[in-house]
Design a protein around this ligand. Sequence first.
Ligand code: ATP
Ligand code: MG
Length: 411
Amino acid sequence: MLSGEAMREQYYQAFLIKYAEIGIKGKNRHLFESALVKQIKNSLKKTDGNFTVRRSNGRIFLEIEGEYSFHDTIAALQTVFGISGICPMVQTDDEGFEKLGVFICDYLRSIFSDISSPPSFKVAARRSRKDYPLDTMQINAQLGSVILAAFPTWYVDVHNPDVMVNVEIREKIYIYSETFPGLGGMPLGMGGKAMLLLSGGIDSPVAGFMVAKRGIKIDAVYFHAPPYTSDRAKQKVVDLAQLVTRYTGTIYLHIINFTDIQCRIYDCCPHEELTIIMRRYMMRIAEHIAKETDCLGLITGESIGQVASQTLQSLAATDEACHLPVYRPLAGFDKIEIIEIAKKIGTFSTSILPYEDCCTIFVAKHPVIKPDINKIKRHEKDIKDIENLVTAALATKELIIMSQRDTPSEI
Ligand code: ATP
Ligand code: MG
């Protein structure tokens, strides 16, 4: 007897890719599907299988050519934004209704042999071939009877079945009854690019993931402050960016040496305003790079109230330093919720490695919680030669191009 996975590998010959259809009617639907097909093909390059991706009647099918790994294929498809469900399918030629019944019962017996208690089921037929001799209702009812006869302990539940036996009558007949969840969202390439401020913490990789999930390409910028931050802290950020490419595709990671700016702010400004003023310079520099690289917004991992620099007043003071829209997808999330996503996307264990990040060294004992923007601006005016330091910092820019190909396939 084959194990569950080996059996599935042998049985399944195709996948139906489900996607959420809300908001993608008309012209958008075509764009959505093209972008999705491109991303699906991309993701499958990491597996050993050969596949044909086909669009038909508002559905995307993936046909398997020869040997493939069931596990790797599902895992690859589960990194693609825009997919809501992955349904492995079996297919058979139309050789009459009786043979179809036998085929379906064999299939159910194989796939659900390890189910512990008898399941409820429902047959859901769809016909795109109107010349089929039975209509949908007749197919449902008659296949239901065949299944009940073959599995006397199974029972029908049309509202909330354990096993949904989907039968699609097309040129061939496709049957599927398992759905693996997809990531949801929109396929990459639907909506421009944004610049993620990526630190080595838990939040910012999750923030990048969340915005990318809406179909947005991501580039990233990291501010390091040697010797206050180590090479290992920088490597951690590189590793995090690499992990995020699993979902976002190639990331251009810009690394800026922030030490001189940070030290100058430390020397010239009230220490309770340090974090806000540093953050404002990060935003200015990030915006500069964003504009040079056609990014339409900035993304941060800030969450309202998480720390002093993330109160509404502090966030307003941070935003005041730049003109591009700032996206904070974690604004309303609790840390526990952020950690849950970080674990799911595979960044958590890297994020919690203990290397210091550039803000923890220069944190004030009593940071201001409700900064006064006029005061902040006055104090910024007192920072000697800061414009030159910003220009010099931009000149230190190191670019690392992170490719999805280099991401390990297991998280
Ligand atoms: P995390 O570091 O996981 O993002 P955090 O709670 O440590 O979260 P802060 O250090 O307060 O957050 O930083 C808030 C946001 O500012 C980060 O989410 C990130 O977007 C940006 N940021 C902070 N430090 C840096 C840095 N050194 N380089 C780039 N961006 C940074
Ligand atoms: Mg941080």
